[in-house]
Write a protein that binds this ligand. Structure first.
Ligand code: IMP
Length: 429
């Protein structure tokens, strides 16, 4: 009956795909519960094939596993069908996929609004992925969203589109000087997707309840990460959903009493894409070094990621807000060969030391990192498989992460390959 949540503990791109890999065949269902095709993770199969997934839950790559797109996800049907086609062409069957009838659809007006609003915000822009995510969630909450189930009723689909476009077109044309969106063309386009998506549309919350009742293991796979959470992140520089562990229940319909473990993935340093505060960001050669060695370029947009030192204040917040039971520290190998590897242990805000995330946005913008210096290591650690094989300084660095964050570290990633890990404790379940 176990349901395990897997989340990112920083600003995203921590390498969550690696954990799905590690859990492998123990997991029978992998559920995406929020976000949309703003996410992107790369999974490398044992035969070396590399897959960049955006909407499809990573479980699609594990034989026998059922990928589920939960009610909390926003779906761009064209992107999803493209992903299904390209996976099928490469010999990965997708027919087990289940899509919640309650998930919301990303519509052309959402993509249009995402772009024009970002332009309008100018220097205050969020740096979104431009995929229409925020406007789709906005319409969901405003109760004018269009859901997957609406694809099954052409009359309703057209009626809902007419209603919502009556307002959106006024805004697009009169406020942003853009072209109006044609109701007929969009209805037709989306009905063609409906034909192909129909076999996958399911009452996923009921399916998952039955699966848990049978004793199946369900992995709830978060996209984005804790500090991008609309409630618990660096608002307004966040995504529009709840990637944190609580969001897993809401976005899948699995009750909190079913969750037996929360795995938090955290990079041995920090990265972020888009705008917003990032106290440990490095603008000099170190930032460039981390970006190059860590190959820190976005899977979805190809943007350069901002890079900096490990931030234990962020880690503590993530452990607390998600109830993390096990941390997976990824990309420790990227730090090899550096003379010093500082860890940010607290902030200084307007002359005062603070040990936790500041309460206000203003204070967070003023936060300056307080560093603890650690000596680096020169050895190549990619072949290490036990903690004893790690150089002393690398081991001490991880032990310090453990102490400062308040959660045990169960796995350390020492290279991109699926075998390149040091295992300290078995992961749940
Ligand atoms: P949106 O999710 O496209 O609305 O973008 C909002 C913020 O979340 C921006 O700063 C994006 O760069 C960031 N973001 C969205 N998805 C990801 C992701 O998968 N990894 C890292 N950052 C992301």
């Amino acid at each position: 009956m176990p349901a395990i949540v897997l989340i990112g503990a920083q600003w995203g791109d921590e390498g969550k795909g690696k954990v799905t890999d590690l859990l492998g065949e123990r997991v029978e269902y992998v559920v995406r519960y929020q976000g949309g095709n703003n996410a992107g993770h790369t999974v490398i199969l044992p035969d070396g094939r590399r897959f960049a997934l955006h909407l499809m839950p990573s479980g699609v790559l594990t034989p026998g596993c059922t990928p589920v797109i939960g009610n909390g996800v926003v779906i761009d049907p064209k992107v999803l069908l493209g992903e299904i086609d390209s996976l099928t062409e490469r010999g990965i069957p997708c027919e087990r996929l289940m899509i919640s009838a309650d998930a919301h659809l990303i519509m052309p007006h959402h993509r249009a609004m995402d772009r024009v609003v970002e332009r309008y915000l100018g220097s205050a822009r969020i740096g979104t992925t431009g995929r229409g995510i925020g406007p789709a969630y906005g319409d969901k909450v405003a109760r004018v969203g269009i859901r997957v189930q609406d694809l099954l009723d052409p009359g309703i689909l057209r009626q809902k589109l007419e209603l919502v476009l009556r307002e959106k077109n006024q805004v697009l044309v009169k406020v942003y000087n853009r072209k109006a969106i044609d109701v007929g063309a969009v209805t037709e386009e989306y009905l063609s997707y409906a034909q192909r998506l129909r076999p996958y549309i399911t009452d996923t919350r009921l399916e998952l309840a039955r699966a848990l009742e049978r004793g199946a293991t369900v992995l709830l796979e978060g996209a984005q990460a804790t500090l991008l959470d609309v409630d618990h992140g660096t608002y307004p520089f966040v995504t529009s959903s709840n990637p944190t562990a609580g969001g897993a229940c809401v976005g899948s319909g699995i009750p909190p009493t079913r969750i037996t473990g929360v795995i938090g993935v955290i990079k041995a340093y920090t990265t972020r894409v888009g705008s917003g505060p990032f106290p440990t960001e490095q603008f000099d050669a170190i930032g460039e070094h981390l970006r190059k060695v860590g190959m820190e370029y976005g899977t979805t947009t190809g943007r350069e990621r901002r890079c900096g030192w490990f931030d234990a204040v962020v880690a503590r917040h993530a452990v607390r807000v998600n109830g993390i039971t096990d941390l997976v520290v990824t990309k420790l190998d990227v730090l090899s060969g550096l003379e010093k590897v500082p860890i940010c242990v607290a902030y200084e805000v307007d002359g005062e030391r603070v040990d936790e995330l500041p309460m206000t946005q203003t204070a967070f913008h003023h936060a300056r990192p307080v560093y603890e210096e650690h000596d680096g290591w020169w050895e190549d650690i990619t072949k290490c498989r036990t903690v004893q094989e790690l150089p002393d300084n690398a081991r001490r660095y991880v032990e310090r992460i453990e102490e400062l964050s308040g959660s045990r570290v169960s796995v350390i990633g020492v290279g991109p390959g699926r075998e390149e890990n040091v295992l300290l404790h078995p992961l749940p379940p």
